[in-house]
Design a protein around this ligand. Sequence first.
Ligand code: FAD
Length: 395
Amino acid sequence: MAIVIGSGAGGAAGARYLAEAGHDLLVIERGPEVPGKDAGHYYANVDAGVRLMRTFCLGGTTMVSGGNALRCLELELKVLGIDLAAHYAAVEKELDVQLLPDDLIGDGTRRLMDAAERIGLPVQRMPKFINPDLCCKDGLCAFGCPSDARWSAIRFIRKAETYGARVITDTVADEIILRHGEAAGVRCGAEIFWDDLVVLAAGALETPGFLTSLSLPTSPLFADTFVSIGALLPGIGMNRDVPMGAYIPFDGGIILPHYSRPLHALMAARGTKAEPEDILGMMVKIKDEDDGSVNDTIVKKVTVQDAERLIRGSASATSILAEAGGDPNTFVTAPIRGSHPCGTARIGVSVDMNLETAIPGLYVTDASVLPSAPGAPPILTIIALARYAVEKMNE
Ligand SMILES: Cc1cc2nc3c(=O)[nH]c(=O)nc-3n(C[C@H](O)[C@H](O)[C@H](O)COP(=O)(O)OP(=O)(O)OC[C@H]3O[C@@H](n4cnc5c(N)ncnc54)[C@H](O)[C@@H]3O)c2cc1C
């Protein structure tokens, strides 16, 4: 028997592998089940200095992902003694990870890739868990996928159900119940679900609250802080490109072709006449420092090192935008955001090498356990870690 709290990347993966291994399983999800195209209505962002992004619905934040499938922190985890190579390979196979084909690289993305190459930056095509044959090419991945082309954690939930898992939505897990110092169940309002194996995966902003209430240690927050930069290029139509079709690593982060909606409003506010299809955009995402906390209030700051990385990445991004034909007189930068909250219940602090807390039977499998800022898309790593942890639970 097992109970999983949360159905995002870490929860759904835990559920899928536990159910397959024969556990009688209950998944508790606070958000509703919604059609893929509507996921964008379920953002539960937090203004914490840096604006932190996540969604509350079945499938969690995977419902708004760009489908990016990079391995991140592989070396750091190996140094800690966690070798995920076999798990990554299995997950990449199941999610059918592949590079975007040429016809899904839009004109704006292509121009930015070519421009980066011309100025000597190492541009690489992004591996994706997107089925190219189903992709509707609306460029709106971050608002939900209407054609189900992009993998989301709902697929793992459905798989878990085929093994007999029960899933309840619109139900907030309030408390983890202990008996004789061991995990014994989960309270949701007045109802208690009893079980001696509890997997906590409520996301890096929620999971620490459960741990603190059990007097377990937590750790400071990372978020992979990012900025979006835009420039005018009339008629480029990048707003319909599959976002982040390529990436350019730099020391401290990555730069990605990416149209972001706030850029349009920012240009209008500056008096630049532009429709969404007239904007060429890039995202600069950094490995940020852990100057954040999720105690009574959620706070995430930008440190001097973060600022230096954002400025360095932005200098490269603006060079690429200008080289690609973007008008340098029209550059706008959107407010600083973070789309990968993580690190608040780290391996070695809150959980051991098996992702188990000091309370027997209580595990964590979401982005909270990541030991350092990924500075890159973490879903693949979260799933691989959950797969690894379930293997340990079954030993
Ligand atoms: C716009 C956007 C695009 C992204 N694109 C990518 C990408 O292309 N590739 C990539 O690798 N990463 C991407 N990410 C990041 C990625 O989606 C997250 O890092 C990942 O989903 C985090 O997994 P998680 O399990 O920790 O949390 P989540 O996926 O957020 O899941 C947590 C779940 O717990 C539920 N929950 C919370 N509290 C409770 C409670 N008390 N009781 C019950 N349920 C609860 C929530 O509703 C949610 O469903 C993106 C993020 C955003 C915001």
